[in-house]
Ligand binder design. Structure first.
Ligand code: SF4
Ligand code: SF4
Ligand code: SF4
Length: 371
């Protein structure tokens, strides 16, 4: 099982699509939920309970999460030194990666670093100087021997040209990323009424995705399957004829441990009382209840491909129905682009130019594969 461990709610950035939204006006979500205001801002439960809980899982994978988890580098070290056998991953904004010694960093099987494209775009979303500092830190960790998967985790919005942003992170020779993942800033906050999302999706994002898929397949003709997660994960399933439940795994393969030890399905559902599933120390991993995505996803014709996109959005519905329809159109566009490419990809597999193993990826590793 996969677990996010929230070490702190604090963060050293105020990104435009995240904490900066707290300072904007927002429309209420369609569904109001009770949120627990008494969650400690820093991890505050007995780590012995965590170790016991992880010890009861035959194959635990623990991802350090925040806020910014590297603000609690002390806790990362403590858990990695004392937890039972476990695989570790990190989701970070990358600014403080130099706080961990190589002996710790090199134990992560995957490091997700938030970065949105080139320097101008990243700094516009995340703050002046962020891109350069993150890149310097990545150069340092790779120089110190980090050889695990390094995933560029992009958030894309109306100022993103998806093709240029992905190609920047994936293409430049001096960039260290082994994989690129992106997620659109959509249906997550009550901001539909002051966004220009529909026009951007139709005129920029959806056509950009179709061009990117064509490039991805052209690159395959040289024998290389680029690790662009939204394409990789979906194409792996199309090739295998498999359907998928919620692709991030939240609520059945991936759970979040809050700072007080309470377990919820997803890191964005911290404090949502109705979805408290138990506490480390009081429940064992095999007793964690499954949480399912509801309508309209269950009766959607794209459900087997999409999986429901996002449990949090499905529950809260931060955007009105017209906005959600536009988001679902981005899913349909991705589905159609990849389905259209499937015969060509199959031919490359049959001809031995690439193999199905080239599409293997770690399911539920934290990539929200339907952007
Ligand atoms: S670094 Fe992450 S947690 Fe911090 S403000 Fe940016 S997106 Fe949010
Ligand atoms: S396309 Fe939309 S309605 Fe269909 S499963 Fe995905 S999120 Fe749900
Ligand atoms: S896609 Fe939605 S449910 Fe899954 S981790 Fe992200 S916010 Fe949570």
């Amino acid at each position: 099982m996969y677990y996010y461990l929230i070490l702190t709610d604090a963060c050293n950035l105020c990104c435009s699509y995240c904490r900066a939204k707290d300072f904007e006006e927002s429309d209420p979500p369609e569904r109001a939920v009770a949120v627990d205001a008494a969650i400690p801002s820093e991890l505050n439960f007995d780590l012995a309970d965590l170790y016991r809980f992880l010890g009861e899982d035959p194959d635990p994978v623990l991802t350090f999460y925040g806020g910014e988890p590297l603000l609690r580098a002390d806790l990362i070290r403590e858990v990695m030194e004392n937890a039972p056998p476990c695989r570790f991953m990190l989701q970070t904004n990358g600014l403080l990666l130099d706080r961990l010694k190589p002996g710790i960093v090199n134990r992560f099987s995957t490091v997700f670093v938030s970065i949105d494209g080139d320097e101008r775009l990243t700094d516009a979303h995340r703050g002046a100087g962020v891109y350069r500092r993150v890149m310097d830190n990545l150069e340092t960790i790779v120089g110190n021997g980090y050889a695990g998967e390094l995933i560029a985790r992009m958030t894309v919005a109306e100022d993103t040209g998806i093709e240029a942003a992905v190609l920047h992170l994936a293409g430049a020779r001096d960039h260290p990323f082994s994989s690129v993942h992106w997620q659109i800033d959509a249906d997550f906050w009550g901001d539909w009424s002051h966004r220009n999302f529909a026009r951007w999706a139709e005129e920029s994002y959806n056509p950009g995705i179709r061009r990117l898929v064509a490039r991805w397949v052209r690159e395959m003709e040289t024998g290389r399957v680029l690790r662009w997660y939204p394409f990789l994960g979906c194409m792996a399933d199309l090739l295998a004829g498999r359907t998928s439940c919620l692709r991030c795994g939240c609520g059945y393969a991936n759970y979040t441990i809050m700072t007080d030890g309470t377990i919820v399905p997803c890191p964005c559902m911290v404090g949502m009382r109705e979805w408290y599933l138990g506490r480390v120390g009081a429940i064992s991993p095999d007793r964690l209840p499954a949480v399912e995505v509801g309508e309209p996803c269950t009766s959607c014709d794209l459900a087997g491909f999409c999986g429901g996109r996002c449990l949090y959005s499905n529950i809260l519905r931060p955007w009105p129905v017209e906005g959600r329809r536009v988001v679902c159109e981005t899913v349909r566009n991705l589905h159609d682009a990849l389905s259209d490419a499937l015969p060509a990809v199959r031919r490359l597999v049959d001809a031995g130019v690439v193999s199905t193993e080239d599409f293997a990826f770690e399911r539920y590793n934290g990539c929200e594969i339907i952007p």
